[in-house]
Design a protein around this ligand. Structure first.
Ligand SMILES: Cc1cc2nc3c(=O)[nH]c(=O)nc-3n(C[C@H](O)[C@H](O)[C@H](O)COP(=O)(O)OP(=O)(O)OC[C@H]3O[C@@H](n4cnc5c(N)ncnc54)[C@H](O)[C@@H]3O)c2cc1C
Length: 439
C-alpha cells in the first residue's frame, strides 16, 4: 500500500486541485492534511472574519472528503514539521503542496524541502491561472504594467482542468485535532467553503458583468473573491469555464482574473512590496489620527466614501469601485500612507489577500504600477457616475436616506447634522499636488 500526503494551504477544494490530483495519482492512499499555523496569527494575518470563513471552509472540505470515503486530518503547529510528522506516521512516499507567492509561503516551502527532501512535490498553477514567472517580458523577471502582461497572459498555454476525485482512501490511525470554530467580526459575512463557492458561481449572472460591474447599487460583481482567496474555487477552472461560455461579460470577468494573476506575479518577484513602495514617489505622508479614524469609521463627510467603509465593516467585503474611491480618498485626498489603509482593509476583508490588497493599494496610491500615478478620484464625480441615484449610499448611510436622488452625495447643502467634509470639495487634490510638487 503506498501513501501520499496532500497538504492543503490556500487550495481548500476537491475540484481542479492539482495537489490532490497528484497525491491521488501517486499512491493508493492519501492523507488530506491541513495545518493551522499559529504564526499566521502571530503576524496579524488571522483576522476574525477570515478565521471564521476558514473554519467554514475546513468543515466543508472535511464533509466533502467524507462523502468520497476520506476525511480531513487537521493538525496545529508549524506546517512543515507537521507535514513531515504525518508523512512519517503514515509511511508516505510523497508530500504534495501548492506553490505560493508570498515570502511566508516561500519560507514554508524551504522548510518543507529541508525536512522532506526529494519526497516533496510543489505544484504550480494551483492558486492562480498561470504560475508567476510563466510569462515574462524580454530581459526582466516580471511584468510591471498590466496591459502587456494581459496580452501575453491571454496567449499563454494553460494546464488542463481536473475533476474532483470520486473516491479517496485514507489510512486509519492518523490522528488529528478537532476542526476549528471562530466568530466573525462582521455580522453579514458570506458562508465559506467549496460548496457555497460553487453555488455562488452557478447563481451569478456573468453575462451582465460587462454592464454592471461598476454600478455600486446593482451589486453585479461575482462576489467570488473570498472563495478565490481561500482556493475554494480554482481560478484556472473559472477562467476556462468563462472562456467557454463566451461573450462580453465573461471576457471582462476573465480580465479581472488576469489582474489577480498580475498582482501575484508581482508579489512573487518582489515579496518586499507587501510592505515597501514598488516605486517611491515622494518622502513624507500626512499623519493625522483624527482623520484616519474618521475614514475608518465612515465619517469623512463624503457619503460615498462613508458608505464603502461601512459596507466593509458590516460585510467584511467592499465593492471594487468603493475600494478604489475610499483608497484614493485616504492616499490622494488626505495623502495618508497606503500602509495605514491596507492594514485596516486586511483587518476586515474576508478576501484580504497580500498580493491583491497591498498591490491594489499601491496602484491607487501611485506607488505601484498605475501608469498615471498622480490621478485623484474625485469622490463627488465618482458618486455621480457610479451611484447616480444615491441608492448605494442610501443602503449604507441610513441617516441620509431621506435625501432625494443624487442630493444625498452633498449632505452639507441639506443635512446640517452630517459630519462636515474632512477636506472641502474644492481642495480634493491640494495635498497631493503640494507633496508631489505638481504645481
Ligand atoms: C484598495 C483595494 C484593495 C483590494 N484588496 C483586495 C483583497 O484584499 N483581496 C482581493 O481579492 N481583492 C482585492 N481588491 C480587488 C477587488 O476589489 C476585489 O477582488 C473585488 O472587489 C472582489 O469582488 P468580486 O469577487 O465580486 O470581483 P469580480 O469583479 O467579480 O472579479 C472576479 C475576481 O477577479 C479578481 N479581481 C477583481 N478585481 C481585481 C483587482 N483589481 N485586482 C486583483 N484581482 C481582482 C478577484 O479575485 C475577484 O473575485 C482590492 C482592490 C482595491 C482597489
Amino acid at each position: 500500500m503506498t501513501v501520499a500526503v496532500a497538504l492543503f494551504t490556500q487550495d481548500l477544494r476537491l475540484h481542479d486541485n492539482p495537489v490532490l490530483h497528484a497525491a491521488h495519482r501517486a499512491a493508493d492512499q492519501v492523507v488530506p492534511l491541513f495545518v493551522l499555523d499559529p504564526d499566521v496569527a502571530a503576524v496579524g494575518f488571522a483576522a476574525p472574519n477570515r478565521q471564521a470563513f476558514l473554519a467554514d471552509c475546513l468543515a466543508d472540505l472535511d464533509a466533502s472528503l467524507r462523502r468520497i470515503g476520506s476525511r480531513l486530518v487537521l493538525r496545529r503547529g508549524d506546517p512543515a514539521e507537521e507535514a513531515a510528522r504525518v508523512a512519517t506516521e503514515a509511511g508516505a512516499g510523497s508530500v504534495h503542496v501548492a506553490a505560493g507567492v508570498s515570502a511566508f509561503a516561500g519560507r514554508r516551502e524551504a522548510r518543507l524541502r529541508a525536512l522532506l527532501g526529494g519526497r516533496l512535490s510543489v505544484h504550480d498553477a494551483v492558486l492562480t491561472v498561470l504560475p508567476p514567472g510563466q510569462v515574462t517580458p524580454a530581459g526582466r523577471g516580471h511584468y510591471a504594467v498590466f496591459t502587456p502582461y494581459h496580452r501575453a497572459w491571454k496567449q499563454a498555454p494553460r494546464r488542463s482542468v481536473h475533476g474532483a476525485p470520486r473516491r479517496l482512501v485514507t489510512p486509519d490511525g492518523i490522528g488529528g485535532a478537532a476542526l476549528p470554530t471562530a466568530r466573525p467580526h462582521s455580522p453579514a459575512l458570506p458562508p465559506g467553503g467549496e460548496t457555497a463557492a460553487r453555488a455562488q458561481w452557478r447563481r451569478w449572472d456573468v453575462d451582465s458583468y460587462a454592464d454592471l460591474h461598476d454600478d455600486l447599487a446593482a451589486d453585479g460583481t461575482s462576489r467570488l473573491s473570498p472563495y478565490l482567496h481561500f482556493g475554494c474555487l480554482s481560478a484556472g477552472e473559472l477562467a476556462a469555464r468563462a472562456i467557454a461560455h463566451g461573450g462580453a461579460g465573461a471576457e471582462a470577468f476573465v480580465r479581472q482574473l488576469a489582474w489577480r494573476d498580475f498582482h501575484h506575479q508581482l508579489l512573487a518577484a518582489r515579496p518586499a512590496v507587501a510592505r515597501h513602495d514598488y516605486r517611491t514617489r515622494e518622502g513624507a505622508w500626512h499623519r493625522d489620527e483624527r482623520e484616519a479614524d474618521a475614514w475608518r469609521e465612515g465619517r469623512t463627510g463624503y457619503p460615498i466614501v462613508d458608505a464603502g467603509m461601512r459596507q466593509l465593516e458590516h460585510e467584511g467585503w467592499m465593492h471594487n469601485r468603493a475600494r478604489l474611491l475610499t483608497a484614493s480618498f485616504l492616499t490622494k485626498t488626505l495623502h495618508h500612507d497606503w500602509r495605514e489603509g491596507a492594514a485596516h482593509f486586511l483587518r476586515l476583508l474576508v478576501d484580504g489577500d497580500l498580493a491583491n490588497n497591498q498591490l491594489n493599494w499601491q496602484w491607487v496610491a501611485g506607488t505601484g504600477t498605475d501608469t498615471r500615478p498622480n490621478r485623484v478620484l474625485n469622490p463627488l464625480r465618482q458618486a455621480d457616475r457610479y451611484d447616480p441615484d444615491g441608492a448605494y449610499v442610501r443602503r449604507w448611510v441610513p441617516e441620509l436616506a431621506h435625501l432625494p436622488g443624487p442630493s444625498i452625495h452633498r449632505p452639507w447643502l441639506l443635512a446640517p447634522g452630517y459630519p462636515a467634509p474632512l477636506v472641502p470639495p474644492e481642495e480634493l487634490s491640494a495635498r497631493l499636488r503640494t507633496a508631489r510638487a505638481l504645481g
